[in-house]
Design a binder for this molecule. Structure first.
Ligand code: HSE
Length: 372
């Protein structure tokens, strides 16, 4: 039996991974053990009616007994433990949600509906480090895989509307606390017999600018506002989130000639779905119906939403998509700039295809590869 160790399985991405693995019966036939960075020895999660004690996630000698280690613990843990584990001669498969190893030459970025051949080539070469990619980038490629595959993408500008979950679990909580605080601040005019929108606006604006609004995590109001900056600054005025779109999409696809991707990444008050508006420069003029066919047929999780009001408002929103594996793509049309300029809009759950799902599937692909 393949011996698989899970680290960071209790955090937000880890618990989505656990739920998906249980739903797909992935634990069947695996010898699974669970690690803890803070509480080794305590009871692990229940699997098949039994619980095993948690192992010490910092103990290299314990970690190196495993064929596969899957970490959702975060970049600081990876940077601390991974080099020591490899130096100790461990040659097992490392699957990681964090960004720490993504740009290493010997690391493969996993998103198998889009880059299964790249993953297969990595396994055939004996590469043993596989990382989930940036959530926004993965969701862009899930949406537009059909156009990339057909060689139709000359460049993409993507403007994002990113959910609170991308910033962390505590940020999701803070978003709802901010919403609640705003509702409290406006409760008097909200509940008055003659509701006055301007009174409500005054109360909300006053609370948005007051120290009473909880902002420990985001540092600023997000509810009833937005934040046009995600992650730290890198060169050229980009944020690191914007930089990842270009470097990671090209690494996922292993492109010979990099395809430019750039845009502005913005945090909005959605819970766990990232949305993106694309401007795509096509390599040639193709009819919209062909574009829709290519997008829809790329893989089973994408679907084209008719560019009409009701389907767009019903199916192309975080409210519709959250908690599902669907990646709807809609608002597809040619732009005024010319017949080679296409626009589209897409939504995806950043904890599923954006984080846990590619890792879960990588483990399955590896099991098929080694036949265990
Ligand atoms: N960096 C992303 C965000 C999440 O802040 O939304 C993970 O890729």
């Amino acid at each position: 039996m393949l011996k698989v160790g899970f680290i960071g399985w209790r955090g937000m991405v880890g618990s989505v991974l656990m739920a998906r693995m249980r739903a797909e019966n992935d634990f069947e036939g695996l010898d699974s053990e669970f690690f803890s960075t803070s509480n080794p020895g305590a009871d692990g999660p229940e699997l098949g009616g039994a619980r095993r004690p948690l192992l010490d996630a910092h103990d290299i000698n314990t970690l190196r007994r495993f064929d596969v280690l899957l970490s959702c613990q975060g970049g600081a843990y990876t940077k601390d433990v991974f080099p020591r584990l490899r130096s100790a001669g461990w040659g097992g498969l490392w699957i990681d949600a964090a960004s720490a190893l993504r740009m290493n030459d010997d690391a493969v970025l996993v998103l198998d509906p889009v880059n299964r051949p790249v993953i297969e080539a990595g396994l055939a070469q004996g590469l043993n480090t596989y990382c989930g990619a940036n959530c926004t980038t993965s969701l862009m490629l899930m949406a537009l895989a059909g156009l990339y595959r057909a060689g139709l993408v000359e460049w993409i500008s993507t403007m994002t509307y990113q959910a609170a979950s991308g910033a962390g679990a505590r940020n999701m909580v803070e978003l709802v606390r901010q919403m609640s605080s705003l509702a409290d601040a406006a409760s008097e005019p909200l509940n008055a017999p003659a509701t006055d929108a301007m009174e409500i606006d005054r109360a909300v604006t006053e609370r948005l600018r007051s120290p009473d609004l909880p902002t420990n995590e985001f540092g600023h109001p997000l509810a009833a506002s937005l934040l046009p900056w995600i992650d730290r600054a890198v060169d050229g005025g980009q944020t690191r989130e914007e930089w990842k779109g270009f470097v990671e999409s090209n690494k996922i696809l292993a492109t010979e000639h990099p395809i430019p991707v750039d845009g502005q990444c913005v945090r909005v008050g959605a819970m766990r779905c990232h949305s993106q508006a694309f401007t795509i420069k096509l390599t040639r003029d193709v009819p919209v119906s062909d574009v829709e066919g290519l997008i829809a047929e790329a893989h089973p999780w994408t679907k084209v939403i008719d560019n009409r009001q009701q389907p767009s408002l019903t199916h192309l929103t975080p409210a519709a998509v959250t908690g599902t594996l669907d990646v709807p793509v809609g608002r597809i049309r040619k732009m005024k700039m010319g017949p080679e300029y296409l626009t589209a809009f897409s939504v995806g759950d950043q904890l599923l295809w954006g984080a846990a799902e590619p890792l879960r599937r990588m483990l399955t692909i590896y099991r098929e590869h080694v036949g265990r």
